[in-house]
Design a protein around this ligand. Structure first.
Ligand code: GCB
Length: 646
C-alpha cells in the first residue's frame, strides 16, 4: 500500500516538475498567415494515455516523451482541441486527477530549413499545467489553463524524418494555483481504499482538462515581429492609433543582421489602402475615421482596420503581420462608463466555455452559434467568467461589436499570500499582453468572488490592480464581488461588479423581496465607494420544460418572474445615475461536478446546454432589445412578447 505521505510527496514532486509560471508567459502573437508566415494546424486525433492515479510520476520515470506513446503502453485516440473528460465512456477518464499524456507525429517541409525559417509551436491553451516536448526535448512549461503556450522549436526539428510532439498535462489545483483547489487524502482504511484521494475547489463549474485550444506550427523569418502594442483614441471625427512594434531576431549563421526598420500600411474593412507610416513606434491620425462601436449602437458595429505591419533589415529579411485595430475610446468616472464618449449600459450574460462531449474544447460551430444567440438576445456584452476565453472567441467579439469584461482565472480566491499574489499578477500580465489590442475588451476583471471580507485582501488587490493598470492604463479594472458593501477589495477597483441571487440562495421562493433588496444593496455599494456599479450575476435555476404556476423554484416561470422583479430594480437603479449594467447568470446551462445542489449541471442558463431557448431567453430578448431601442426589428414572432409586456 502506498502511504499517503508518500503520495503527497510524489504529487508535490510532479507539481514542482511542472516548473514555475513565467517560463513561457508570453504566448506570442496569434498565428496568422502573411506573405512571410506559414501556419499549419496540428489539430486532430492525438494519441493519449493517463498516468496511473497512484503512480503519477510513471511517465516521467519511464521517459514517455522520448518515444511515441504507443510504444510505452496502450493509447487511445484523443481529439484536439477538446477536454478529455467527456469523450469516452470511461469514468476514470472523466474523473482523472493528475498527469495525462498526449502525442502526435508531424512532418515539416525541408524548404523551412533551406529558407532558415524560425519555427514556433503554439498551443492556444492546455489545462492546467503543461510540459511540452519536441522529439524528446522539453521545449516549454506553462502553468495556467487558459492562456497560450509558445516555444520556438527550429533547432529541435528533423526536416528529413517524422517529428514527435508530446504534451503532459496535470489538472491538479493547489492552494497556490489560480484558481485554487486542494487534494484530500482519505486515510481511514475502514472506509476508503489505499491511496484514495479527491480534489475540491471553490467554484461550481467542472474543472475540465486537456488541450483545449488549437495547436499550430508557424514560421517567421529570422527577424520577426515579436509583439505589437496599440492604443486608440478619438478626437472629433479623427481616429488616433498609437503603435509600438517590438522585433525579435534569431542568429542562424555568422552574418550580421544589421538595423531593423518597421513600417505599416493601414487598410480599411474592404482591404483598401488608407495610409501608411514608417518607424517602430508612432501615431497615425485618420481623419473621418470609422469607429469601433458596439452591437446595436451603430449600423456598422465592430468596424476594424487592418494594419499590415512589416519589419526589415539590411540583410533583407522581411516579416509581415496583419494586425486588426478597432478605433475606440473607453472612459470612466465615478458614475459612468463611456465608449467613444457616449455613456454605455452593459446588457449581457455571464458565460462559460462549455458544451457536451467537448467540455471546454474550442468548437467553431459553437462559437458561431453563441454569437448568433447573443445578437438574437440583443446583448451588447459578456463576461469571460471565470477565465480568459479562446482567442478565436475574442476575435468574434471584436468583429461583431460585443463588449467583453475580460476575466482572469482567479475564481473564489482565499488566503491572499504573497506566492498567490505574485502568480496572480503574472496571470493578469499574461492576459493583458494577449488581449491588449482588442477593441471588444472594455474592462479587466482580476477575479470572481474572492473571499475579500478577509483583511489581507486589501493589500493583495491593491497590488494586483496596480500591476494591471501599469500594464494597461487605458481600461478600467474590476473584480467581481459578492461579500457585501464592506469589502477589502473594493477600494482598489474602478468599477464595482456584484453578483447577487436574491430569492434564490436567500429568501428562496420569495420573489417579492427582490426589488427592495436589490435597490437597497446596490445603492449602498455606490454610496460607500462612489464608483459605477453593475450587477454581474443574478438568476435562478430552471429545468427546461418544467412549468409551475404559481411560480415555483426550478420552473421556467420562477426563472422568468425572478428576472422581471430584477428588471424593475435595475430600471430604478439606472434612473439614479450610477448603475452601468446587468448581466444575467448564465447564458446557457453548464456542467458542474456531481453534487447534491445541482441537477446534472448548473441550470441557470437562459438557453439549455444545447443552446435552445428557455422562456427566459425570450423575455431577456425583449428586455435587451427594449433597452437598445430596437424592439421594432424583432418582427412578428415577437408580437406575443410585445403583447405580454405592454
Ligand atoms: C456565483 C458564481 C458562479 C456560480 C453561480 C451559481 O456567484 O460566480 O460561478 O455558477 O454563483 O449559480 O451559484
Amino acid at each position: 500500500m502506498t502511504p499517503p505521505w508518500l503520495l503527497l510527496a510524489v504529487l508535490a514532486l510532479v507539481w514542482l516538475r511542472a516548473g514555475v509560471l513565467g517560463d513561457t508567459s508570453w504566448g506570442g502573437l496569434y498565428p496568422r498567415e502573411s506573405p512571410s508566415r506559414e501556419v499549419r494546424s496540428l489539430d486532430g486525433l492525438w494519441n493519449f494515455r493517463l498516468a496511473p492515479l497512484l503512480d503519477p510520476d510513471k511517465g516521467f520515470r519511464e521517459h514517455w516523451y522520448s518515444q511515441p506513446l504507443s510504444l510505452t503502453g496502450p493509447v487511445i485516440s484523443m481529439a484536439v482541441p477538446s477536454s478529455y473528460n467527456d469523450i469516452t465512456q470511461d469514468k476514470a477518464l472523466r474523473d482523472h486527477i493528475g498527469w495525462a499524456w498526449y502525442d502526435r507525429s508531424f512532418y515539416v517541409p525541408v524548404r523551412w530549413q533551406e529558407d532558415k525559417l524560425r519555427v514556433v509551436l503554439r498551443l492556444g491553451s492546455a489545462h492546467y499545467n503543461s510540459i511540452v516536448y519536441v522529439n524528446g526535448v522539453e521545449v516549454a512549461k506553462h502553468e495556467g489553463g487558459h492562456l497560450p503556450i509558445m516555444a520556438e522549436i527550429s533547432s529541435h526539428l528533423s526536416f528529413s524524418q517524422e517529428n514527435l510532439v508530446t504534451v503532459a498535462i496535470n489538472n491538479t489545483l493547489t492552494p497556490t494555483t489560480i484558481p485554487q483547489g486542494s487534494i484530500h487524502f482519505h486515510n481511514d482504511p475502514t472506509r476508503y481504499p489505499a491511496g484514495y484521494f479527491t480534489q475540491s475547489y471553490n467554484f461550481d463549474f467542472t474543472n475540465y482538462a486537456g488541450i483545449h485550444r488549437p495547436v499550430f506550427l508557424y514560421t517567421t523569418p529570422r527577424i520577426y515581429i515579436e509583439d505589437i502594442l496599440l492604443t486608440t483614441a478619438v478626437d472629433g471625427t479623427s481616429g488616433i492609433i498609437n503603435y509600438t512594434i517590438t522585433t525579435g531576431s534569431v542568429q542562424m549563421g555568422p552574418h550580421r543582421l544589421g538595423d531593423i526598420g518597421c513600417s505599416l500600411k493601414v487598410l480599411n474593412q474592404e482591404k483598401k489602402y488608407v495610409t501608411s507610416a514608417i518607424g517602430c513606434r508612432g501615431t497615425i491620425v485618420l481623419s473621418n475615421a470609422s469607429l469601433w462601436w458596439p452591437y446595436l449602437m451603430s449600423d456598422n458595429p465592430g468596424y476594424q482596420y487592418t494594419l499590415m505591419v512589416a519589419v526589415s533589415s539590411a540583410s533583407g529579411d522581411l516579416d509581415f503581420y496583419p494586425q486588426k485595430v478597432g478605433i475606440r475610446s473607453v472612459g470612466w468616472n465615478s458614475t459612468t462608463l463611456t465608449i467613444n464618449g457616449v455613456p454605455m449600459y452593459l446588457r449581457g450574460c455571464g458565460k462559460h466555455e462549455d458544451a457536451d462531449i467537448r467540455g471546454k474544447g474550442l468548437d467553431y460551430p459553437l462559437v458561431v452559434k453563441d454569437f448568433s444567440l447573443l445578437k438574437w438576445l440583443g446583448a451588447n456584452s459578456f463576461r469571460t467568467s471565470h477565465y480568459p476565453y479562446a482567442e478565436e472567441i475574442m476575435d468574434m467579439a471584436d468583429q461583431e461589436g460585443i463588449m467583453v469584461v475580460d476575466e482572469c482565472p482567479a475564481v473564489g480566491l482565499s488566503g491572499f499570500g504573497e506566492v498567490l499574489m505574485n502568480k496572480h499578477i503574472l496571470v493578469m500580465r499574461e492576459l493583458v499582453r494577449r488581449d491588449k489590442n482588442r477593441p471588444s475588451v472594455i474592462m479587466w476583471s482580476v477575479g470572481n468572488e474572492p473571499q475579500s471580507n478577509q483583511e489581507a485582501a486589501a493589500n493583495y488587490f491593491r497590488s494586483v490592480v496596480k500591476a494591471t493598470h501599469e500594464d494597461d492604463p487605458t481600461r478600467p479594472v474590476t473584480c467581481v464581488l459578492n461579500r457585501g458593501p464592506i469589502e477589502f477589495a473594493a477600494s482598489s477597483l474602478d468599477v464595482i461588479l456584484v453578483n447577487r441571487y436574491y430569492s434564490w440562495y436567500g429568501d428562496t421562493g420569495h420573489l417579492e423581496v427582490i426589488k427592495l433588496q436589490t435597490i437597497t444593496e446596490f445603492t449602498e455599494w455606490f454610496v460607500l465607494h462612489n464608483k459605477p456599479v453593475m450587477i454581474s450575476e443574478y438568476g435562478a435555476g430552471s429545468i427546461a420544460g418544467l412549468h409551475m404556476d404559481p411560480a415555483f423554484t426550478w420552473s421556467e416561470e420562477y426563472q422568468v418572474e425572478l428576472m422581471l422583479q430584477n428588471f424593475e430594480a435595475f430600471d430604478k437603479l439606472r434612473s439614479q445615475g450610477f448603475f452601468v449594467g446587468e448581466m444575467i447568470w448564465n447564458f446557457a446551462d453548464f456542467a458542474t461536478p456531481q453534487g447534491s445542489k445541482r441537477v446534472a449541471g448548473n441550470k441557470k442558463g437562459v438557453f439549455t446546454r444545447n443552446r435552445q431557448p428557455k422562456t427566459a431567453a425570450h423575455v431577456l430578448r425583449w428586455r435587451y432589445h427594449s433597452l437598445a431601442g430596437t424592439t421594432q426589428q424583432l418582427g412578428n414572432r415577437t408580437a406575443l412578447w410585445r403583447h405580454i409586456f405592454s
